[in-house]
Design a protein around this ligand. Structure first.
Ligand SMILES: [Zn+2]
Ligand SMILES: [Zn+2]
Length: 478
């Protein structure tokens, strides 16, 4: 006897006894592998940091290319990107002025909505999914059509836009991401356009775009295209069409541009804050219906960052992604082909890992039974001997574990006698169907009553061992 029952009982613990290990060592905690130990032993923290910086492009670049000095009250006016800031701040004011001073014509309203969608699609189906991500291939007329519409949304040339966007995907949430969500919602929405960036975005390969004639044509003619399509064209359509030059300029021109701008900006701000992360939560992109609604379907941004060259943003039929439908329509009329989709199997892996993570988190809120590594191991004879002691404990051996059921025996749904009959015996068969095939809750509750593990698992194994049938001394719980 190597444990003192009276002493444990006197301490008043709910567990009537805690036997110390007998002749078996308890599980030894896993030792760290020699390689890890060696690595830790010969590298100081500074050396480890140096090694990390040497092997990490972002860390290396941030260290070697210091950012511009911070903006202060004395230098702020030199740090503003005046052309962009003027356009972005003036356009809502001009639109408001137009709203209060111009009468509405239904034809203008309809055209404004159509022109909003068309120039918006120039960004989502054109700049974003075609040029930045190459998620499908488009025939030349469609490429030019999308480049012209994209210019009408006044967001820079497709080449400039895609260069920044590729850096955004490659360095998401770091200081090399031109509109990093970690710099705050205002910065990622519009701040990065109002002020001169503190550092250049990380490198991104755009050789495909610099070698593309259509993209280069738009890049060269961007300013005149943007001015014509954003202001002149809508004014002319409404003016020549139904005599509403003023409404054409203020509504289809300026007001529409405000909406197109902030719709795109929401992809960098809202889509990195609002919603959930069904595929990967290590970075900020999120999926949300509301974001999809205001961005022509770019709101399933968690999926998009995981599978950027997939032509879809929304996977389910009920999720709002008109850009996806438009690209499918382009395919139908043979203007687009090779629409890229990530394999379902890989998409499922993302969902699986996040579901598992959530399940693990839930599991950590539950108290689990002790494992064999946390319990003392006693022999079958010792178990029998302890069961006969008149100390108030009721010990039952089931599935290799010895359970103290003294606090439970009176509430056993099958009655007290059934348990009493198995005290000091191996009740595994009885518990697993010999008498009653217990439900899962019973298994879970029983496991919480574990107080020791039985050497060699139970009575059968114990007898085999005694008769010399088991050649190896390895216990089943080792
Ligand atoms: Zn993003
Ligand atoms: Zn993207």
């Amino acid at each position: 006897m190597v444990y003192d029952v009276d002493k444990i009982k006197a301490s008043g613990t709910a567990m009537p006894y805690l036997p110390a290990p007998l002749d078996m060592p308890t599980a030894v905690p896993n030792k760290p592998s020699p390689t890890t130990t060696e690595k830790k032993s010969h590298m100081s923290n500074e050396q480890e940091e140096e090694e990390f910086i040497k092997n990490n492009y972002v860390a290396r670049t941030l260290l070697n290319e210091p950012e511009l000095p911070p903006m202060t009250w004395s230098n702020w006016y030199t740090q503003i990107n005046w052309p962009q800031a003027t356009l972005l701040c003036l356009e809502p004011l001009v639109a408001l002025y137009g709203l209060f001073t111009t009468s509405f014509m239904w034809q203008t309203i309809v055209f404004t909505i159509i022109w909003y969608f068309l120039t918006g699609f120039g960004i989502t189906a054109g700049y974003h999914r075609l040029f930045a991500h190459r998620s499908y291939e488009a025939r030349l007329p469609l490429r030019y059509f999308l480049l012209i519409l994209g210019a009408g949304s006044v967001q820079g040339s497709a080449q400039w836009w895609s260069r920044g966007h590729r850096a955004h995907h490659r360095y998401t949430d770091t200081d090399l991401d031109p509109y990093s969500a970690h710099k705050g919602m205002f910065y990622s929405h519009i701040g990065w356009l109002l002020f001169k960036p503190r550092r250049k975005p990380g490198v991104a390969d755009i050789s495909d775009l610099t070698n593309d004639k259509s993209v280069q044509w738009q890049h060269r003619n961007y300013l005149s295209l943007a001015f014509f399509l954003s202001f002149v064209f809508p004014t002319l359509v409404c003016g020549l069409g139904w005599g509403d030059y003023r409404g054409g300029y203020f509504f289809a021109g300026v007001l529409r541009l405000v909406f197109v701008h902030h719709s795109t900006f929401c992809v960098n701000s809202l889509a990195h804050y609002l919603g959930d992360a069904p595929f990967d939560d290590r970075r900020t992109p999120r999926d949300h219906f509301v974001t999809a609604l205001v961005t022509l379907g770019e709101g399933y941004h968690n999926f998009h960052h995981e599978f950027p060259s997939d032509y879809r943003n929304a996977l389910k039929w009920f999720q709002y992604d008109p850009t996806k439908c438009l690209i499918a329509f382009f395919k139908l009329i043979r203007l687009a082909h090779n629409l890229k989709e990530f394999p379902q199997n890989e998409i499922k892996k993302g969902r699986y890992s996040m579901a598992r993570k959530a399940l693990d988190q839930f599991g950590r809120t539950i108290t689990w039974p002790k494992t064999n590594a946390e319990l003392p191991i006693i022999s079958f004879e010792e178990y029998q001997r302890l069961s006969k002691q008149e100390d108030g404990r009721v010990l039952v051996l089931i599935a290799g574990f010895i359970h103290d059921v003294s606090n439970f025996i009176d509430s056993h749904p099958g009655g007290r006698a059934l348990i009493k009959n198995h005290v000091g015996k191996d009740a595994t068969v009885a518990f697993y169907g010999g008498t009653h095939d217990h439900n899962t809750a019973a298994h879970n509750m029983l496991a919480m009553m574990r107080v020791a593990a039985c050497k060699y698992g139970g009575e059968v194994e114990h007898i085999k061992k005694r008769l010399g049938h088991v050649q190896t001394p390895t216990p089943i719980f080792a």
